[in-house]
Design a protein. Structure first.
Length: 110
């Protein structure tokens, strides 16, 4: 079931990098960020996407990983609901070799 606008604004207000936003800006952001539901086996982000984004995980967990030269996966981090990832793009860093996959069900701000 989708979150109410009030719940989404409350979640956004807990994200440190969004702290300087006014309540009106938070509401606008919440309205412009539709939920995305992903299934097991879906890849949310991969090097092929090319577009770097900031993600706010509403529910569930995601695994951030790389694939080494031999094809083995190396888990870099597991992110749980209520957290942000991809924020390195705001500092000029890159998600270049990163893959992100969810454990269902998930809801995302994209």
């Amino acid at each position: 079931m989708p979150m109410s606008l009030k719940e989404e604004i409350q979640l956004l207000s807990m994200v440190d990098i969004l702290g300087p936003l006014s309540e009106e800006q938070m509401e606008d952001l919440a309205k412009r960020t539709p939920d995305t539901f992903l299934e097991e086996g879906d890849i949310l982000y991969s090097p092929e996407h090319g577009t770097e984004r900031l993600f706010i995980l509403k529910e569930g967990k995601v695994e951030l990983y790389e694939i080494d030269e031999s094809g083995d996966e190396i888990t870099l981090s597991v992110v749980e609901d209520g957290n942000v990832f991809g924020e390195m793009v705001l500092t000029g860093q890159s998600l270049k070799d990163l893959y992100v996959r969810p454990s269902p069900p998930q809801r995302w701000f994209l």
